[in-house]
Design a protein around this ligand. Structure first.
Ligand code: CTP
Length: 453
């Protein structure tokens, strides 16, 4: 029997896919079709796939052409499948000419002419009009966001707003945006979705105003300074049928979710302790060093360190305690937050004037996971056990600086792919606002000792 194999995403299954499968089948007696997982697509930089895996498999099945459907979830799998399954011919469309020639070592490689004028990308663009994005704020993160948004299809950065129109103009001109505004209402009229990258204390007010006007919101961390405000925003988003997402980029990185899943699947036993640290020695002139009210290490990096704690141990801690070292102007140069959960402990450490080992350690009853800096991008992590010889090493693929995954999830949720993102749940986001609220109170109570700056 002559086996033929082909692979694809098969998103929004179309005539081009059908034609390719039909001709592939005619080349042999038995057709195997590999359908990519979401995770693999994310890793290889194919963002914004609309149909979930099961639907894409069903569509291939319903074509009546596949004798067997398999799932493709990692690089190097094609060679494995071809050898394992005794495949004679590997087929792909002509957009891939040359790319898979390395498989000629194992079987015949055939590139079939693509069906003209149809593709998943064309269908996505026609079914889901391009979202027009506006950015609020022109600080350090905004240009990075713009650069990463270019890798996500279905969204176009169009306008920028800054209450100081001159700053908006400078930014708009530099990054070649269509519009810049110093007037908020005018700005909103020109955009469908908003990215809030303004100073921390302005997030709530901007988010509320955007949601009230029916705009989808992706808001930089911290979303708000109180639980009440965070809850209010999520209720408002639901009432207005809009998406509200907190932009903690780590949550959306493919490797981070993989690490969380491995931690929770019993590999290291029951999780008993999570220690997360993020520190960066910061230029004394920067906002986080000089803003007496809203500067400091915790407000800058705390969302990253709280994320694995809440993901792994849940949002209901029994107690929380803050300590730290502050500068003369009152901001925290270094903060330690101790949590006690029913059956576990956790520690968040953040620093902007103290440097420490920026690592994440997840300790369990059978072993532990260690992710070294920059664990918040999760490019690698190891699982270790009592037996030092037993080590599992993971190196998830990672592209760009992380923001593109967050932007892709934002777009796919707006397009109705997922109403409740599990990458960062509403509950987790509200729980973080709760810690921010208590942190601000504890600062007033002066629980921090003085530093020397
Ligand atoms: N294909 C084809 N003719 C088309 C579109 C796709 O022959 N008009 C082939 C591809 O070359 C590939 C297979 O169908 O061998 C699966 O392709 P996939 O990447 O899933 O579909 P595209 O429509 O190319 O998706 P996208 O626009 O996201 O790249």
């Amino acid at each position: 029997m002559k086996k033929v194999i082909t692979y694809g995403t098969f998103d929004l299954f179309h005539e081009g896919h059908y034609n390719l499968l039909k001709r592939a089948k005619e080349l042999g007696d038995y057709l195997i079709v590999g359908v990519t997982t979401e995770h693999y697509d994310l890793q290889r930089g194919k963002l914004n796939v609309i149909d979930p895996l099961l639907k894409r498999i069903d569509n291939v099945k319903n074509s009546g052409l596949a004798d067997e459907i398999i799932i493709e979830d990692h690089e190097g799998q094609k060679q494995e499948d071809i050898q394992k399954m005794g495949v004679s011919i590997f087929v792909e469309g002509s957009d891939w000419v040359g790319i898979f020639d390395y498989l000629k070592e194992y079987c015949e490689v055939v590139y079939l002419e693509r069906t003209p004028d149809i593709s998943s990308s064309i269908l996505r663009a026609s079914q889901y009009p391009i979202l027009q994005l506006g950015i609020i704020g022109t600080g350090r993160i905004a240009p990075r966001f713009l650069a990463e948004a270019k890798y996500v299809s279905g969204i176009n950065a169009r306008a920028v707003y800054n209450p100081h129109e001159i700053s908006a103009r400078k930014f708009g001109e530099k990054y070649e945006l269509e519009y810049f505004f110093g007037d908020f209402e005018e700005f909103l009229q020109h955009v469908d979705v908003v990215y809030i990258a303004s100073p921390h204390q302005t997030h709530y007010e901007y988010a509320r105003r955007c949601l009230e006007r029916g705009r989808h919101v992706l808001c930089e961390k911290p979303l708000t300074f109180t639980v009440k405000e965070a809850e209010e925003l999520y209720v408002l988003a639901e009432a207005k049928k809009t998406i509200l997402m907190e932009g903690i980029k780590t949550a959306y990185c493919p490797g981070f979710m993989q690490m969380m899943n491995i931690a929770k699947n019993g590999t290291i036993g029951e999780i008993k302790d999570v220690e997360a640290c993020f520190s960066r020695i910061t230029n004394p002139r920067l906002r986080e060093m000089v803003d007496e009210e809203y500067g400091g290490a915790f407000l800058e990096f705390g969302s990253y360190t709280l994320l694995p704690i809440f993901k792994l141990l849940g949002c209901h801690y029994e107690s929380v305690e803050f300590t730290g070292i502050s500068a003369r102007n009152g901001i925290d140069l270094y903060s330690k937050i101790h949590f006690r959960f029913k059956n576990a402990l956790a520690l968040s450490k953040t620093g902007i004037g103290v440097k420490s080992e920026g690592q994440l350690v997840i300790a369990g009853t059978k072993g532990y996971i260690l992710a070294e800096s920059p664990w918040w991008l999760t490019k690698s992590f190891v699982v270790r056990f009592e037996d030092p010889a037993k080590v599992e090493q993971y190196s998830p693929k990672f592209l760009g600086d992380g923001l593109r995954y967050e932007i892709a999830d934002f777009v796919s949720r707006i397009n109705g792919n997922e109403k409740n993102s599990y990458f960062l749940t509403k509950e987790e986001s509200i729980a973080m606002a709760g810690v921010v609220e208590r942190f601000m109170e504890s600062r007033k109570e002066k629980v921090f000792c003085w530093g020397n700056m």
